[in-house]
Each structure stands twice: as C-alpha cells, then as structure tokens.
Design a protein around this ligand. Structure first.
Ligand SMILES: [Zn+2]
Ligand SMILES: [Zn+2]
Length: 488
C-alpha cells in the first residue's frame, strides 16, 4: 500500500513539475511510408486550458530523413479527411515555430488557443529504413523563443529590388481582348520563400505586372497580408493562392477565399487524389494547375494521371528555361498532336529577389517569366476564363510583346479546317532571336525576328491540327511561347 502511494505521489510530482514548466518533451518513432499508405501522420498533445501560446521545436536526424510539419488545433479529429482546425504549415523550413492568440510564425494562423488535444501533422517526405526518432519540445506561454526572433527578423527585413523598374503602356489589345501580364506562382516567408508579402507585391508592381498570385506551400497564412496590402496596389489584381504541395506533384490553386486552403494530404500516384483537388477547387470557383510536371526533385513531378487532364492548366515554363521545361514542352506538344487541348502557362516560382544571396536557387523578379492572358477586363473571373480558353502566352519577362491571330481569331480559338491568314507581330525581342511556327510537332515557318514587322503567313490545314509560336534566342533559349490556335 505504501509503495503504491509512493508511486502515486511520484507520478503526481512529475505531472506537477511538467505543468509548472509548461512544456512537454517527447520522442516519437516515425515509421517509413508503406506502399499505398497516406504519407501524413499525427502526433497528439494536450494543451492546458488558459494557454496563450504554443511553441513547437522539432529535432531529428536530417542526414537520413526529411520531415515536414504543420499544426491542427483541438477541433480536428486527426483524420486525413478532416479539414477542421488547420493552423498552418512550415514543412522542413522551421525547426521551431509558434502559434499565439494574437500572433504566429509565418506559415501559421494566430487565434484562440483552446485547451484540449492538438495535433502536430508530420509529412513523411523521406524516412530512413527502420524509421526516424522525432524529438519534440512543446512549450506553452513562452515569452521569448527562436521562433519569435525569426519572425521579428522576417518582419523587419528590408528589400532592395526595384533598380530596373518597368512601366508598361496599356495592355496590348488583339482580337477583342486585352493581354494582361502577370505571375501566378510566388513564394514568401509564409513558406520557403525569402520575400515579405509586401516586397513580392512591390516587385510585381515594379516589373509592370497587372496581376499576381502568391502561392505559398500548403498554407493560407499569407492571405491576410495580401488582403490588407491590396489598397497600396490599386493597379495590381492580387490573387490568393496556394501551392498544394504533395509528395506526388505540386498543384497551384488560384482564387481561394480568405483563409481557404485545398487539402494536400494525398496519396502520390492515385488518380482519385488528383481529382479531389479539382473538386475542392471547383467548390469555390477557383482554378487548379499542374506545376513543373517534369521537375526532378523529391515529390515535385506530377504522378496523378499520365496526361495532366485532371486540372485546368499546366506550368510548362517554370523559372529560367531549362531541360525540365524542354521535356515538359515535348510532352505537351505530343498531347496537342493527339488532338487534346491543355492550356500551357509559365511562372517565376520566385522564392527571393535577385539581389539576395542564394540560400534558395530561385532568385527572380516576380514576372520573370510572365504569363499574358487575353481577357475582357482585369478581373479574376475574366482571367480564369482566359486560362480555361487557352488564351495565354508566356514570355521570359514582361517587356516582350506578341500578337498572334488567324483572321479575327486569336490564341486559344478553335477554327474550322480551311485556309486562313495567320498574322504574327513581335515587339521588343532581340533582333537576332528567331520565331518558329509549329504545327503537328513540325516547324512550318521560321525566320529571324528582325525589326518585328508584321508577318503574314497563309496556313492551309489538311486535317485537325494546331499552330503555335515559339521565339528563341540565337542560343536556343526560349524567349516566348504561345498556346495554339486550333483547327477542328
Ligand atoms: Zn513546386
Ligand atoms: Zn513553387
């Protein structure tokens, strides 16, 4: 009896010490992902009532493993089907992060901290055979921490990127549309980017863009800043986005409602998983687009279907034109030759300004490359209609200008199979660059861009086909490419 009482007392004492110290230390074994298994697991922990802030610190052997992290509050059940209570995501970027009533690390949402069972979500990006030991320290009501210091640094960081600002004229008009320039893929401090939200918008403005979507990985925590800064950028259409970052491909979703997010907890390779993104995106009238389908990094290339047909468009051009883009272009052209219509887009995927030293490889201005979308007006719904219709072309930067028409019709249109006069006008390209007209995988006309005078070319399709334009530098690098005009 005495022994039992002693054990009880020791137990009570231990709990009391833990409560006084307001922290939890524990080690959790994270197993490798079995074939067909969902790669996300949850680590529950109890939050005392009356808590004002939670700081999570993670530690594991990074030489053999890569884990991603996010947080669900007490309203979640810890099921992959339950979206409730999501408080944000920091992936592998932060080893320590906090959520408080009135503030949070970038990537996370501040708000009430109710007592109960919260859950750390762990993404098993890469686990050594035999598993990984995840050491967790969870602290409550901590005033100072590395996470707070990091946030202060990110908030006070000054940027200098506007050295060569570009002031465009009014958008090019052709075939009854205005061709608005923009960038649909940008990362900030809210995920693995090194832009403040404000600086990314300044870059878009200084590069002469009409629209921009900020698409941080698996989070919505950048939305509030986008919305509050919008008043400072009256000329810029700002779109709330998310890069839905799964281990079987990345998908950009545009047009989210404030605080909205699309679920990333998918099983790589499962077609139904890709389709669930589309369903969720449709539910709020947004658009979803395959990102960098051929990029060789863990989980970056597309696995949810073989023909990219699940989503609205595909990012053929990601950041600087490279062999991955060339490979994506080849696959895309193959689909066009099969008579399929998939809108190609391009985006910077910028993670930090060009002026920054390079902890991350994508240092680009917002808008290098730019996507030009033919739309009736600068409204999100009109831009989305333009993308759905294939009314888009891509350029290395927003300074280039291009008009491509077939009679009264333009890029994205479908015409009947009969001879037509194509007209191509290229402006601001280097004179020694070349343009190619491509139909059914073959170059049907090619010429130096020269002074950029209007070219008229008679095209007589014999069957269902398409014609599209590429402009390349004398070294073969892509300077611009269009979606096709189709013949059916
Ligand atoms: Zn990506
Ligand atoms: Zn990205």
């Amino acid at each position: 009896m005495f022994i039992k009482r002693l054990v009880f007392l020791v137990l009570i004492t231990t709990l009391a010490i833990t409560a006084a110290a307001q922290s939890i230390d524990k080690t959790v074994r994270i197993d490798p992902v079995k074939s067909g298994e969902n790669p996300f697991v949850y680590v529950p922990f109890e939050v005392p009532s009356g808590t004002a802030s939670i700081t999570v610190t993670v530690e594991y052997d990074k030489s053999k493993n890569r884990l991603d992290f996010g947080l669900f509050d007490q309203t979640s059940t810890g099921s992959n089907d339950d979206k409730r209570g999501y408080r944000g995501w920091s992936a592998y970027v932060r080893d320590t992060f906090f959520v408080a009533r009135d503030d949070a690390s970038n990537g996370y949402q501040s708000g009430p901290i109710a007592g109960g069972t919260w859950r750390l979500i762990v993404g098993r990006a890469q686990i050594a055979t035999g598993g990984a030991d995840l050491r967790l320290k969870i602290e409550f009501n901590l005033k100072e921490s590395d996470a707070r210091t990091r946030l202060d640094f990110e908030r006070s960081k000054k940027f200098d990127f506007a050295a060569d600002s570009f002031v465009p004229g009014a958008p090019v008009k052709s075939a009854g549309f205005n061709w608005y320039r923009g960038d649909l893929h940008v990362h900030t401090f809210h995920s693995d980017g090194y832009w403040s939200v404000g600086a990314s918008l300044e870059s878009a403005k200084s590069n002469g863009l009409d629209f921009v979507a900020v698409t941080d990985h698996n989070t919505f925590s950048h939305h509030a800043e986008l919305d509050s800064l919008a008043k400072n950028f009256p000329q810029l259409l700002i779109i709330r986005g998310e890069e839905v970052t799964t281990y079987g491909g990345h998908i950009n979703v545009w047009g989210l409602p404030p605080g909205g997010w699309v679920d990333f907890r998918l099983i790589p390779g499962l077609a139904a998983s890709g389709q669930s993104i589309m369903r969720e995106t449709r539910s709020f009238g947004g658009l979803a687009s395959v990102n960098h389908p051929t990029m060789a990094c863990g989980g970056c290339s597309w696995t949810y279907d073989d023909d990219w047909s699940t989503l609205d468009s595909v990012e053929i051009w990601n950041a600087s034109w490279d062999p991955d883009d060339e490979a994506a272009l080849k696959i895309w052209d193959g689909f066009l030759q099969q008579g399929r219509k998939i809108t190609a887009i391009g985006s910077s995927d910028t993670h930090q300004p060009p002026s920054e030293p390079a902890p991350y490889p994508i240092n680009r201005r917002v808008g290098d490359p730019s996507v030009f979308i033919g739309a009736k007006s600068l409204k999100m719904s009109e831009l989305f209609a333009g993308i759905r219709a294939g009314r888009a072309w891509i350029a290395e930067n927003p300074r280039y200008s291009l008009k491509f028409t077939a009679g009264e019709a333009t890029i994205g249109a479908t015409l009947s199979i009969k001879p037509v006069d194509l007209a191509l006008q290229l402006s601001n390209f280097p004179a020694e660059s070349r343009f190619d007209l491509i139909s059914d995988g073959k170059v049907i006309a090619t010429d130096p861009v020269g002074s950029g005078t209007l070219r008229k070319i008679r095209f007589a399709p014999a069957k269902q086909s398409y014609v599209r334009v590429e402009v390349r530098s004398k070294d073969g690098a892509m300077l611009a490419m269009t979606n096709p005009i189709y013949f059916k």
